[in-house]
Design a protein around this ligand. Structure first.
Ligand code: URA
Length: 430
């Protein structure tokens, strides 16, 4: 087989065979195919796309390029959730304990944040002492013990995706639906869970900018999952504004705990309860989504879900934070509205980038994070605002943030006329 023939076949719009896809992934991972040929193939796929069958073969080849986590030593149905990334997305911190408290097994491998989006591992590491580098024995033992463990993804999980993603990032080929689907699903399938919910975000702060693209990506990922005998559901959710109010590591941990105690922001609470209901139903802990929803409500009211989060922190060596004394910043600055009306737009991307520049995120993989800083939104889309009302609080450790405060103010668009609150869950694809 010759790589140039595979490139030309895809360039001319033909479907690649399983053998050709396997040949490419195996040889690219081993370093036998140069980046210029791999990037040429990525561009051909970007323009000519792939059939569902080709995307499934690409997922399988990528999945088989590294270790496949064996969770068979965990009794019961293992559940996982993946978000395509967003601003203020602390869903995993809430959802994990919510479903673990209801008997589902959460063996979760998470990633770090980059650019305007945050990562679950960074948020967890903002808790003093908490360790996310667990051996596979400790990881499995913890899930068998308390139903939940959250650890870092190892380099041996779908290594072909690591190389390919880095290549796509610098060759203009990230936004290809079959490539995104194979990339996400290879990692999810390698992580070994039986039930998967995918949270596909759309809007300014997300990868997918249109509903049609989000629907197509969701459909394809659900189909790939089904081909591997997994129960997969995709939620399409709004990321035109941040999720919840807090953006920043410790701030998001506090908001997650508040949500687990029943006093979090409405949008975050709704999303976690809805996704949680599907996970619990598919994990066969409830007969229907509605029955699962009442189980979840009960575990929030009784504080059992919050207590699972406490157990998770303690099992991974962390100290449960005193919420009133967790954050230490030089100052908290209020950003006030210069207009009256209703919030029409709250740009998630601008807020995410601002939080990153304040120190809450990384511009490059090597940057270090300031766990204490970030932004707490006081108004969201559809809220009424008077002139002088606080739109956001900025938790800051830097000398001069005049420009940042202006950027945050400009992320809010205020309209004189009434604006309805936008729906958060746009579609659910099973
Ligand atoms: N997230 C991934 O893991 N892969 C992609 O290709 C895009 C988003």
């Amino acid at each position: 087989m010759r790589m140039v023939d595979i490139i030309e076949k895809k360039r001319d719009g033909h479907a690649l065979s399983k053998a050709e896809i396997d040949y490419f992934i195996e040889n690219y991972t081993e370093g036998n195919i140069p980046d210029y040929q791999a990037s040429s193939l990525m561009m051909a796929i970007y323009f000519q796309s792939m059939s569902d069958e080709e995307a499934t073969h690409l997922t399988e080849a990528t999945l088989n390029s590294g270790d496949i986590i064996d969770l068979s030593a965990i009794e019961g149905i293992k559940v996982d959730k993946h978000s395509t990334g967003g601003v203020g997305d602390k869903t995993s911190l809430v959802l994990g304990p919510l479903v673990a408290a209801n008997g589902a097994k959460v063996a979760k491998l998470s990633g770090r944040g980059l650019g305007h989006t945050g990562g679950t591992l960074d948020k967890l590491e903002s808790i003093p002492g908490l360790n996310v580098s667990l051996s596979s024995e400790a990881f499995i033992e913890q899930v068998n013990d308390i139903n939940i463990a959250i650890a870092g993804q190892t380099a041996s999980l779908a290594p072909a995706d690591k190389h390919l993603y880095a290549l796509r990032d610098v060759s203009g080929t990230v936004p290809s639906i079959p490539l995104i689907a194979a990339s996400i699903m290879s990692k999810k399938l390698a992580s070994g869970s039986d039930v998967i919910v995918l949270d596909v975000k759309i809007g300014e702060g997300a990868f997918m900018k249109t509903l049609d693209d989000a629907r197509e990506l969701s459909r394809l990922m659900v189909k790939i999952g089904k081909n591997f005998n997994k129960k997969v559901t995709a939620f399409i959710t709004d990321m035109s504004q941040p999720l919840g109010n807090a953006v920043g590591n410790k701030l998001e941990v506090i908001e997650a705990i508040q949500t687990l105690q029943g006093n979090g922001p409405e949008d975050l609470e709704e999303l976690c309860k809805e996704i949680g209901s599907y996970l619990i139903k598919d994990a066969e802990q409830a007969e229907s989504v509605d029955a699962a929803r009442s189980l979840i409500e009960n575990k929030v009211e009784s504080l059992e879900a919050r207590d699972v989060f406490k157990k998770l922190i303690s099992a991974q060596g962390g100290e449960y934070p005193d919420l009133n004394d967790f954050i230490k910043v030089r100052d908290i600055v209020a950003v006030k509205s210069e207009d009256a009306g209703y919030v029409k737009r709250l740009n998630a991307l601008d807020i995410g980038l601002s939080a990153m520049r304040l120190g809450a995120g990384r511009a490059t993989k090597e940057d270090t994070i300031d766990m204490d800083v970030g932004i707490v939104l006081n108004k969201k889309v559809g809220d009424k605002v008077e002139e002088g009302d606080v739109l956001a609080y900025v938790y800051n450790n830097k000398d001069d943030i005049t420009e940042e405060l202006r950027t945050i103010l400009n992320a809010f668009e205020i309209s004189e006329s009434y604006i309805e609150k936008p729906p958060l869950i746009i579609d659910i694809i099973e």
